[in-house]
Design a protein around this ligand. Structure first.
Ligand code: ADP
Length: 715
């Protein structure tokens, strides 16, 4: 049972029970002292008090059990409650035990001292003294009665009245003198009660005892609670027989004293008889009082400690809740003391923390929102963006940067530039340029060209330094665009324009030149007489016609290169196409093919005619480079890269390779080392590959000949 949860009526009834117990205890202690008055109720009171004590004991027991349970569960405040309860019990127990011990001692001794031998004797003596006084008085009255009877002996009836009157006059006090016959007839009555209508005569029993010389004397109660002495004697008159009676009232003081002494003696005897049970009941009462007060004290200790500990417990629970991050809890303030102040301060504190947390949360959300917004904007930009901190560590980058640089920059956030370069050696050139510009802490713009994973790339980079409000350099942001395709397109467009015009201009005079040469030969061959001259004319004319023919085909090739794209893409397996083209080169052609391909299919979107042209051109170049002296070995490899997004075709030969100075401009038109070469083959190859969305570059890592890498998007 938890006293805290007791409703007021129950609490009140408990207080009422306590009051009833105190009253019954009081009554019990009174009963112990005055057994005659409350003796009958003693056992009932004892029962009530025992029951009450048992009830309180039960209450305390339940509370202790409850406390132990709380201790076991490690409920906040339970240990403090236990410690304070223990202290309270100790404080209540120690003094009351001492008082109880000495009270018991004192009680035992006091009760023993009541029954001292001297007091015993004194009581008996007092009783005897009272008895002796009364006996003395009775003897006197008896003697007086006997004397009166003797004086009335043989006195004639007529003289009786006078003699009796004389005798009465002579007697001192207020006793009553009555003379009556054997039949009970009153002859004479003198004294203080003579005016009474009914004369008090002795009973039959008394008269029966009386005989001549054998009088009667006795003590008996009279009206008003007093005692009186009755003495009766036999009188032998003159021929008649009478009885004389003296009723003597005992003095009120004497009868009072006698009665008191006797009462006290009886009471004393009673107590002597009840001595041990008296001791027991005193001890019992005292023990009950002690038990009751102790239990009540412990119970009130529980109640008051709980009310003291309650705010502390709530504080402990509140602190725990705050530690777990629940700031909404508001503790009730029940007291106006220091504890109440503490709880109130705690409430204010948690409210402030909650407010601060909410503000922090909302600003964090705001920052997150901004961040997400920025992320979205950056993610949707086609330009690559990289930001660096003051230590030149890569802070952020967007998706476009990853795409342009063919790298996963996000995983390298927080890394220094050299670490990024270590991860992607292809980007070394670009990162060195960026690092150089960053160290100058100024705005900059630069064209950077480098050989990346996507071939030769040209980037247009712009850098802006970042300063904070105190104008302290915080790092920089670099924005770059891949202008490779743009530059190529521009160059190609320009070349196309020039080529078209040039081809037109060159082609125009070629036919007239050819016709003129043919006409010259036709006309002059008849005129010339010498065979030698005719042969020279014939040779010159043929040379002109042949060269014009060659020029025509050159101009046509040139026009072919400059022609706008007209390719027809379709989904096809490039491995199959490569196989088909290889089949067109038998052993007699002087080339040996070694075609390695990874497992799987290599589907791409491609124009088969254009792609055949590419392959023929590559193979022809390789065979021409090898020359007629050695057999040409062509190593071909086809594989998937970039998680299957791209298809890579490697073409390597065992020729002399491409000289360093030619490598950079290999794919530009009119770059040739051959006497009859046009230098347009690789330019057209590059154009076709780019029209397929792919790229081609020289494999600089291969040194046993020339190596080319072609990458095309997989379908
Ligand atoms: P052309 O074949 O008419 O010379 P290309 O554009 O096809 O024109 O070739 C350009 C130049 O590149 C060639 O003249 C040659 O010097 C060089 N080249 C091309 N392929 C190879 C190769 N496999 N080995 C060595 N050099 C090559």
């Amino acid at each position: 049972m938890d006293i805290r949860r007791l409703k007021p009526p129950l609490g009140l009834s408990l207080i009422a029970l306590f009051v009833v117990l105190v009253i019954s205890l009081h009554l019990m202690s009174s009963a112990t002292q005055d057994s005659s008055a409350l003796g009958g109720m003693y056992s009932k009171l004892l029962l009530i008090n025992s029951l009450g004590s048992f009830l309180l004991l039960l209450l305390v027991g339940v509370n202790i059990y409850w406390l132990l349970l709380q201790l076991k569960k490690r409920v906040a405040g339970s240990r403090l409650t236990a410690r304070m309860t223990f202290l309270f019990i100790l404080l209540a127990l120690a003094p009351s035990s001492i008082v109880f011990y000495y009270s018991m001692q004192f009680l035992q001794q006091s009760i023993d001292s009541w029954f001292d031998v001297r007091i015993d004797h004194a009581m008996e003596d007092a009783l005897e003294l009272g008895q002796a006084a009364l006996d003395e008085r009775m003897r006197t009255v008896l003697k007086q009665t006997e004397q009166t009877a003797y004086a009335l002996q043989n006195i004639p009836e007529s003289m009786l009245a006078i003699t009796l009157d004389e005798l009465h006059d002579r007697s001192d006090d207020d006793s009553e003198l009555i003379l009556f016959s054997r039949e009970g007839k009153v002859l004479l009555s003198l004294g203080y009660e003579s005016q009474n209508i009914i004369v008090d005569l002795p009973g039959e029993g008394v008269l029966f005892q009386i005989a001549p010389g054998k009088p009667y004397v006795g003590l008996e109660p009279s009206s008003g609670g007093r005692l009186r002495i009755r003495a009766v004697a036999f009188v032998r008159g003159d021929g008649e027989e009478y009885y004389v009676q003296i009723l003597h009232p005992v003095s009120s003081r004497l009868s009072e004293l006698a009665e008191t002494v006797e009462g006290a003696f009886v009471h004393y005897r009673e107590l002597t008889y009840l001595r041990s049970s008296l001791k027991t009941s005193f001890a019992l009462t005292l023990s009950l009082i002690l038990l009751l007060s102790l239990l009540a004290a412990i119970w009130s200790a529980f109640l008051s400690i709980r009310s003291i500990v309650a705010p502390l417990r709530r504080l402990a629970e509140g602190t725990q809740a705050v530690a777990e991050g629940h700031y909404e809890q508001k503790l009730p303030v029940n007291t106006r003391d220091e504890l109440g102040f503490l709880v109130e301060s705690f409430n204010i504190m948690t409210a402030r923390i909650a407010r601060a947390r909410d503000e922090a949360h909302s600003s964090r959300l705001e920052v997150e929102r901004h961040r997400a917004y920025l992320q979205t904007v950056l993610g949707n930009l086609s330009s690559g963006i990289m930001s660096f901190d003051s230590d030149m560590r890569l802070q952020t980058s967007n998706q476009a940067a990853d795409t342009i640089l063919h790298a996963d920059l996000e995983s390298l956030h927080g890394q220094f530039l050299p670490a990024v370069a270590d991860e992607y050696p292809d980007l070394m050139e670009l990162l060195e340029t960026i690092g150089e510009h960053l160290s100058r802490k100024k705005s900059w713009q630069d064209d950077v060209q480098f050989d990346g994973a996507g071939g030769r790339q040209q980037l247009l980079c712009r850098g802006t330094p970042l300063f904070d409000q105190e104008n302290v350099w915080q790092g920089a942001v670099v924005v770059f665009d891949d202008v490779t395709a743009l530059m190529q397109a521009q160059r190609r467009a320009a070349w196309g324009e020039v080529a078209q015009r040039l081809a037109h201009e060159i082609k125009n005079p070629l036919t007239p030149i050819q016709l003129s040469a043919e006409r010259l030969q036709h006309k002059l061959s008849k005129v010339l007489t010498s065979d030698a001259d005719a042969a020279m004319l014939e040779r010159s004319t043929r040379t002109i016609v042949q060269q014009v023919e060659a020029m025509k085909s050159m101009v046509n090739a040139f026009a072919e290169y400059a022609k706008p794209a007209a390719i027809n893409l379709q989904r096809m397996d490039i491995a199959q196409l490569v196989g088909e083209v290889i089949a067109l080169y038998p052993r007699q052609s002087g080339a040996d093919f070694d075609f390695k391909l990874d497992p799987g299919l290599f589907y791409i979107f491609s124009d088969p005619v254009a792609m055949r042209q590419v392959l023929h051109n590559m193979f022809k170049n390789a065979m021409e480079a090898c020359g007629s002296e050695q057999r040409c070995k062509l190593l071909l490899a086809l594989r998937h890269i970039a998680d299957g997004d791209m298809v890579e075709l490697i073409v390597r030969d065992n020729g002399p390779g491409v000289p360093q100075e030619q490598a950079e401009r290999l794919f530009e038109p009119y770059v040739t080392t051959k006497s009859k070469g046009t230098g347009l083959g690789l330019a057209i190859v590059k154009k076709i590959i780019e029209e397929h969305g792919g790229s081609i570059w020289l494999d600089t890592a291969y040194h046993d000949g020339a190596g080319f890498i072609i990458r095309l998007p997989a379908a």
